[in-house]
Ligand binder design. Structure first.
Ligand code: NI
Length: 256
């Protein structure tokens, strides 16, 4: 059984066949999914999906590139949603310096405020960090993120930086990028990171693994990710799927 720790099934890329696709996941061994908010609208749709599908859980948060939409009023709404049943994390939140919009001071302010939401609600965080390695780590350390717990989604930094996050007992979201030929740095990091700290994720509809790279992604492609990890670590696919399933249940405090 597979735990999909990061998908965006609220995305319009799934408007045509969302019901059919989500309905088919269980038959393909995808047992649980965390649908991750990236904007206020996607949080709203995530809440609806969680209510409609027993196996879908939700994360509430606003992606750094979308933080210009936040204000005190809608932030209060976001805070209230964090106490809903089946909301298992605050995310995705963080810093994105690839797209320097909005400016970094705005991104940082809302990152800190949303970290506060997680602390207050007793939820782990899902961190988005792109081209912002130093500032992300500095902020997480300053905010005592180790006490909050979380996952670095779509981990893209070095093995050396991975050690810093392991010291905080963080998890690493690994997805389609691990199957790309040019992902040498990530492969080194994944070899180094203990399996107990890895989560499987797709970031659907983005980052489709080989051999389907470029097409729309879905959780159905996760076996290819598990296989790539298994190969790097010299273990079986089944071991990767089982351990990462337990890891996700532990991080998101899902017991059943
Ligand atoms: Ni994402």
């Amino acid at each position: 059984m597979i735990f999909e720790s990061h998908a965006h099934y609220d995305d319009e890329a799934f408007d045509e066949d969302r019901q059919e696709l989500l309905g088919s996941l269980k038959n393909h061994g995808i047992d649980k999914v965390v649908n991750v908010g990236a904007s206020l609208k996607s949080c709203e749709i995530t809440l609806r999906l969680m209510r409609e599908y027993p196996f879908i859980y939700g994360a509430m948060g606003v992606h750094p590139s979308e933080t210009a939409e936040l204000n005190e009023d809608n932030f209060a709404w976001l805070r209230a949603q964090c106490t809903c049943d089946k909301v298992v994390a605050v995310g995705e939140i963080g810093l994105d310096y690839y797209w320097k919009e909005p400016e970094t001071s705005v991104q940082k302010m809302w990152f800190e405020r949303q970290m506060g939401l997680a602390k207050e609600a007793g939820l782990p965080v899902i961190i988005h960090s792109r081209d912002a390695a130093k500032d992300t780590l500095d902020m997480l350390k300053a905010l005592h993120a180790g006490e909050i717990g979380g996952v670095i989604h779509c981990y893209s930094y070095t093995k050396e930086l991975a050690r810093e996050y392991l010291n905080m007992d963080y998890y690493f979201g690994i997805g389609g990028v691990i199957t790309f030929k040019n992902s040498k740095k990530l492969k080194e990091a994944v070899e180094y990171i203990p399996l107990e700290n890895i989560l499987l994720e797709t970031d659907s509809p983005y980052l489709t693994p080989e051999p389907n790279r470029g097409k729309r992604n879905s959780s159905l492609n996760l076996p290819a990710v598990a296989e790539a990890i298994a190969e790097l670590k010299g273990i079986t696919c089944q071991e990767v799927e089982e351990t990462t399933y337990q890891n996700a249940c532990r991080l998101f405090r899902i017991t059943e």
